[in-house]
Design a protein around this ligand. Structure first.
Ligand code: TRP
Length: 334
């Protein structure tokens, strides 16, 4: 019953190499949610150019990300997997919503403050209005739920505020989206500094497991992971490094904290780290194989890109036309 399902929208940027954090924190949940909701999973390439990109590299990464969505288990016939730039309604609605979003609201966004200090030589208007484009993404599809990381909550709140403001003026145009925060334990921290989130933009390659890391690299990075000076495999706030490794092991194996603690009772960190590494290899290896296989099939991927762009365009244009009418743009003559 396609129509009775609620709608879900989410997206990822194709910049940087995706990490295990992106997989356990987002992609894997997306796959779980894909049965329950009518899902739109976007590769948000328009957001990516708020920071300077190499064009060929951006194109390559965008395609790799789209392929990865499928390799991770999202069925492209049930889920609409597409590029943001293939649906011009995103940019058009973003323009309209810009006129319903206050400078003050955007100035408060912590991601804008972070990114403008990181890219002080390129604080462009797109970086400033980034959250408005994100609001347009979500509202175009009348999404009920949006799975996001905690770092995107502020953007989602803004989306809700703008949608409510718009609805307040023009009537019920937009569905007000709810955040869907993933299960606890899915937040993966850096292997080198467990106080920081594992991030694709981390400068230290040993801090992150990239989804395309080969088995030897994965095992090596876990061997080097920061733990602490005792040797107890125990989940505790004062043991953030070990707790993070337990979280990763749990995510990879489905075991509980107690099971993991029991399994490594009396064993040292060496055995534990090796087991964590192997469990991650056993998750990533099939993903990588599937990715390689899919990447070879150009016609198949091209076809998905084409068909899903059409589906997304159809839904998005419906909302856009409604909005255009509400704000007073002239009727189209057919
Ligand atoms: N800004 C999000 C991020 O960096 C990506 C994103 C863009 C997104 N549009 C979205 C996420 C819409 C959810 C819904 O993670």
């Amino acid at each position: 019953m396609e129509d009775e399902k609620k709608t879900l929208f989410s997206g990822m940027q194709a910049t940087g190499n995706l990490t295990l954090g992106n997989y356990f924190g987002a992609l894997k949940n997306w796959v779980t949610l894909s049965d329950e909701y009518n899902c739109f999973y976007c590769v948000v390439d328009e957001h990516s150019i708020t920071v300077r990109q190499d064009p060929a590299e951006l194109r390559r990464r965008a395609r790799a990300l789209l392929t990865l969505y499928i390799a991770a288990g999202l069925d492209p016939e049930k889920n609409c997997i597409y590029y943001q730039s293939h649906v011009s309604a995103h940019a058009e609605l973003a323009w309209i919503l810009n006129c319903y979003t206050y400078m003050g609201e955007l100035q408060r966004m912590t991601q804008f403050k972070d990114k403008s200090s990181k890219h002080a030589d390129n604080i462009n208007a797109g970086l400033f209005t980034y959250p408005v484009l994100m609001a347009a993404d979500i509202l175009l599809f009348q999404a009920d739920v949006v799975p996001v990381g905690i770092d995107q909550m502020q953007h989602l709140e803004l989306t809700r505020d703008v949608a409510q403001r718009f609805n307040g003026i023009y009537g019920d145009v937009f569905t007000i989206p709810e955040a869907y925060l993933g299960k606890v334990g899915a937040k993966i921290m850096s292997l080198q500094d467990p106080a920081k989130k594992m991030s694709k933009s981390d400068e230290n390659p040993n801090a992150s497991i990239y989804l395309m890391d080969d088995p030897d690299t994965i095992i090596r990075k876990f061997k080097r992971a920061v733990t602490d000076s005792d040797s107890e495999v125990r989940y505790a706030p004062e043991k953030p490094g070990v707790s993070n490794l337990i979280d990763i092991y749990r995510a990879a194996t489905g075991k509980s904290i107690e099971e993991v603690e029991r399994e490594f009772d009396g064993k040292g960190y060496g055995d534990f780290k090796l087991a964590v590494g192997e469990s991650v290899v056993s998750v990533l290896k099939p993903l990588q194989d599937r990715f390689a296989e899919l990447s070879k099939d150009k016609t198949y991927i091209d076809n998905i890109i084409k068909i899903n762009a059409e589906r997304a365009n159809y839904v998005a244009t419906k909302t856009l036309r409604k909005v255009q009418k509400k704000v007073g743009f002239p009727e189209r003559i057919r």
